[in-house]
Design a protein around this ligand. Structure first.
Ligand code: F0G
Length: 444
């Protein structure tokens, strides 16, 4: 018996009845078949088919549910306004950000080595396809409220795309500094397309941010990197919305990739505030995962917070290729207050976790997959119990870095064949060739 009190046989029967009730009609001869057929051409005359929509009279729009078109209704950031800075309504620039899905998938839970409830908060579903939009709506709104005339950031690609979009929405000029040749082409293309002035710096992200901070100190330029506290306010809503989606039951762990450590800073602040506001009873433990080639914060934590030493960053996850994270002290505070964990994973682990997330149909960019790779590593090491509950944050969309996907699946990055590589087949346009190529799939 299922939860609904139906046997399996009854459920199959109900599905068959539902399919049989659907009518599919040939537009040429009018012959009808039921929705239980998988035919896509009329069995009588070969004509094209239409599904018949059974409209039996006027439909009351109320049956579609109420829509709240106000700012709080549209935005998954501004909905949580009592936990955000009270900016003047007239300066708010919002693009329906947030409202991102909280997925679960048994295959990914197994991959993590867990039996507990594992969820994936997919921030790639924001308007510019990364979590940055949540911070940008607050940052650019604040810039507008204070009368900024030029907004600027240094970026590994996502902040720049987001700033470019929100600045365009606000009618403000945007300046972005990116490391030349070291960010994904899709992110660069997005930033250019949204109309920002792009400057490619002969140096890495850390050099670009240092340079920009010098510029903003000398000129009247509004800085929207995550050192900006208003941006972090928006990023708090990633965890606020996730916990809201869980019915205000906080998970045991929240796992996220760490680069410049803005999210780590924001999440810790959000969790403390949620507890203060009585919205959650217990604090989840934050788990920050860095790429092994860009892991100064993991080394700092492992050394008991004694000496922080910047590194020269190198990783396939270009979004988190950062050697001197700007929010380090705030991030340390978050880890200390939530009794958190910090770890690092190598590029091979990131790419394999990404391939796993991608092939269950969810997809994310490389940096995002560090969360699952880190969770898997800590479960295997016994640092996280398998039956715990966890939310992994997927920070960016699968299309943010298609070059890395192609290299992984077609080129064997690093010379090693990838167990999850999925190479397209090339065949001549005739049926015998196609049959040969697909023989496993057709007969297997
Ligand atoms: N994931 C993605 C997809 C990112 O783009 C970033 C940061 C991070 C994770 C790390 O977040 O900095 O809060 O620790 N990207 C910045 C950028 C640096 O310029 O787009 P963090």
């Amino acid at each position: 018996m299922s939860a609904l009190g139906q046997t399996a046989r009854e459920r199959v029967g109900a599905a068959e009845d539902a399919l049989a009730a659907i009518r599919v009609r040939c537009m040429a001869c009018g012959a009808e078949q039921s929705g239980s057929s998988s035919r896509t051409a009329c069995p009588t005359c070969g004509g094209l088919l239409d599904v018949v929509t059974p409209i039996t009279g006027p439909i009351d729009p109320a049956v579609f549910g109420a829509r709240d078109r106000s700012l709080t209704g549209r935005s998954g950031v501004w909905r949580y306004r009592p936990l955000l800075p009270a900016l003047p309504e007239a300066s708010i620039v919002s693009r329906w950000e947030g409202n991102t899905p909280l997925y679960d998938d048994a295959r990914l839970t197994t991959y993590a080595g867990m039996t507990g409830d594992v969820r994936f908060k997919h921030e790639g579903h924001n308007p510019t396809a990364s979590f940055k939009d949540r911070g940008m709506t607050v940052g650019v709104s604040h810039a507008r409220a204070v009368g900024a005339r030029l907004v600027a950031c240094a970026s590994t690609g996502n902040t720049s795309a987001s700033l470019a979009s929100y600045a365009a929405a606000a009618g403000l000029p945007a300046l972005v500094l990116v490391p030349d040749g070291k960010i994904s082409e899709s992110k660069l293309a997005q930033t250019v397309a949204y109309g920002a002035r792009v400057v490619q710096i002969a140096g890495d992200f850390d050099a670009a941010l240092t340079l920009l901070r010098e510029l903003t100190a000398a000129y009247d330029v509004y800085l929207v990197n995550s050192v900006n506290p208003f941006r972090l306010e928006g990023q708090k809503t990633i965890v606020i919305e996730a916990i809201d989606q869980l019915g205000w039951q906080a998970p045991d762990y929240i796992v996220l990739p760490g680069g410049n450590l803005g999210n780590t800073a924001a999440f810790g602040k959000a969790l403390i505030e949620l507890r203060e506001a009585g919205l959650i009873a217990k604090l989840p433990r934050l788990v920050v995962v860095q790429a092994a080639g860009a892991a100064p914060f993991a080394a700092y934590a492992a050394g008991g917070w004694v000496d922080f030493a910047p590194v020269h960053a190198e990783t396939v996850a270009s979004a988190i290729k950062i050697g001197n994270p700007a929010s380090t002290p705030r991030a340390r505070r978050s880890i200390e207050r939530t009794n958190g964990l910090v770890t690092s994973v190598d590029d091979a682990a990131i790419l394999d976790a990404k391939a796993e997330i991608d092939r269950v149909g969810i997809g994310c960019e490389p940096a995002s997959a560090a969360s699952l790779a880190g969770l898997r590593k800590l479960v295997a090491a016994g640092a996280i119990p398998p039956d715990a509950s966890a939310v992994c944050v997927l920070t960016g969309h699968v299309l943010k870095d298609s070059e890395t996907i192609a290299r992984y699946h077609f080129d064997d990055i690093g010379g090693a064949p990838r167990p999850r590589a999925n190479r397209p087949l090339r065949v001549a346009a005739d049926l015998p060739s196609l049959e040969r190529a697909l023989s496993d799939a057709l007969h297997g």
